[in-house]
Design a protein around this ligand. Structure first.
Ligand SMILES: NC(=O)c1ccc[n+]([C@@H]2O[C@H](COP(=O)([O-])OP(=O)(O)OC[C@H]3O[C@@H](n4cnc5c(N)ncnc54)[C@H](O)[C@@H]3O)[C@@H](O)[C@H]2O)c1
Length: 238
């Protein structure tokens, strides 16, 4: 399959290696110095573009992929305030867009476990819940996209919690998320339930970026030839 890469940083390079090892062809690589290549025939020939750039540039990149008629698999986090525009492009203009706050299979298993645990904990108000996430010092957004998805899984299932808050809870109905930026950590997420008598916690610790990159390439294989707004739930069907 012909794949275009938008963003050739840590993730773009890891995705290139995995895509080649799975027999795909990289027809175009776009980064800050060659944005004109969105209009190139090579870019337009791609079956899918995989986008891992930065929160500020993501939306414009999606628009340029849509204009070139190339479906997008998006991994960039921190742009979700623009989700409605992307949804509209899919629903009204027939564009194709796959987004995951985290492409790793392990994290998506963890998302399901988080929801299941939250459903149980809904019945036990003696437990207070909080989250901790740790990432490398280069990360631009906080909390991480993965932490936001985990928080949504808790809020959907625990009636006594209504919203997440960065760092400190302002009321009993808040879920606090503590963000730590340290060294080159690829990503650690922990959800902690604490009562007077004990602590229950579940934790995902990524050993490298390989799991994210593999998931993004598998998502690109899934997305090619499909229409609409897609996500990990459509692909994994747990
Ligand atoms: N969804 C996931 O599974 C997942 C996993 C890891 C990282 N991420 C996210 O992916 C994004 C990228 O992560 P990274 O570690 O590769 O970052 P990085 O800083 O190593 O690479 C980003 C690249 O994007 C390029 N870029 C910036 N603006 C651009 C533009 N307008 N057009 C084209 N290229 C542009 C930069 O020059 C750089 O090469 C971040 O938002 C990160 O949070 C998501």
């Amino acid at each position: 399959m012909k794949i275009a890469l938008v963003g050739y940083g840590k993730m773009g390079r890891e995705i290139e290696k995995i895509a080649l090892s799975r027999g795909h062809e990289i027809v175009s690589i776009i980064d800050v110095d060659n944005e004109a290549d969105f209009d190139s025939e090579a870019f337009k020939s791609a079956a899918v573009a995989i986008e891992f750039t930065s929160p500020h540039s993501a939306l414009n990149n999606f628009r340029r992929c849509f204009a070139a008629g190339v479906p997008v698999v998006a991994g960039t986090t921190g742009w979700l305030e623009h989700l409605d525009e992307v949804k509209q492009a899919c629903e009204k203009d027939g564009k194709t867009f796959f987004y995951a706050s985290n492409f790793s299979l392990g994290v998506n298993i963890f998302f399901a476990l988080n929801k299941y645990l939250a459903k149980i904990m809904n019945q036990y108000p003696d437990y207070e819940v909080k989250m901790e996430e740790v990432h490398h010092i280069h990360k631009l957004d906080a909390p991480s996209g993965t932490a936001i998805t985990l928080a949504e899984g808790v809020l959907e299932n625990i009636a006594r919690k209504n919203s997440w808050k960065l760092e400190t809870a302002e009321s009993d109905s808040d879920l606090p998320i503590h963000c730590i930026r340290r060294g080159e950590v690829p990503g650690i997420h922990e959800i902690i339930y604490e009562s007077e008598v004990d602590t229950i916690s579940i934790k995902h610790d990524a050993k490298s970026r390989k799991g994210f990159a593999l998931g993004a390439v598998v998502a690109a294989e899934f997305t090619a030839g499909k229409k609409g707004l897609l996500g990990m739930d459509d692909m994994l069907k747990f």
